[in-house]
Ligand binder design. Structure first.
Ligand code: GRF
Length: 211
């Protein structure tokens, strides 16, 4: 079977950021846009949590926000279908998951294949899932880091776009390590988005080539 190749579009893009919490990665991406580093605009900040701090930041920055209550939908797929309608209305090119604590349905992943990114605070494929800074410390690994990847059906397992490494020090607590990793997240997430809209990301199977 011939390998499917996807190349990201070179255009002024429209981004939707999905978040459930404080929104520091959302802020880093928006700051990079305001600095003229990314050829895109944030057309929607979406949340499954009504009082997410990130939504408040978005409103302060005059960005459009939307909250949909998952409890009002019969299944994950029904919820995602409603979200997709909202995305299509706004002609969204790229979805950036930034601390979005809800699993995306297979249907959603298929409709937006290679157009959903996520940031994860570990060097995938090591330590998928939650509380990964604690897991890195408990395992005694010498290095951890951050990963930006495309989202596929398998949680935290989509094609890797960028990674950055940080040391894990002997006296680290979960919070200290999380803080060290977060600093790198704020660099590589905007960088991955920049590369996307410069048409520089080529996905072949599970590998991403930077052209
Ligand atoms: C980050 O550590 C990110 O890697 C993980 O969730 C956290 C979100 O933080 N997916 P913030 O809301 O962007 O500050």
């Amino acid at each position: 079977m011939e390998e499917e190749i996807y190349v990201s579009p070179k255009k002024k893009g429209r981004i939707a950021v999905f978040l459930s919490g404080r929104g520091s990665n959302f802020r880093a991406i928006h700051d990079a846009i305001l600095d003229g580093k990314i050829n895109a605009s944030i057309s929607l900040v979406f949340s499954n949590v009504e009082d997410a701090a990130g939504l408040k930041i978005a409103r302060e920055r005059n960005l459009e926000t939307l909250f949909l209550n998952p409890k009002l939908f019969s299944s994950r797929e029904e919820y995602d279908k409603e979200i997709i309608k909202e995305l299509q209305k706004r002609e969204i090119d790229l979805i950036c998951l930034a601390g979005y604590m809800k699993i995306i349905s297979t249907y959603f992943c298929q409709v937006y294949k290679n157009r959903i990114m996520n940031i994860h605070p570990a060097l995938l494929p090591s330590f998928p899932g939650l509380h990964v800074q604690k897991k890195a410390i408990d395992w005694g690994v010498r290095y951890s880091g951050a990963t930006v990847h495309f989202v596929s059906e398998d949680v935290d397992m989509g094609p890797i776009i960028l990674q950055e490494v940080v040391p894990v020090l002997q006296d680290d607590t979960e919070d200290i390590l999380a803080e060290r990793i977060l600093k790198e997240e704020h660099k590589i997430y905007p960088e991955a988005v920049r590369l996307f809209f410069e048409g520089k990301l080529e996905v072949r199977g599970r590998r991403v080539f930077i052209r």
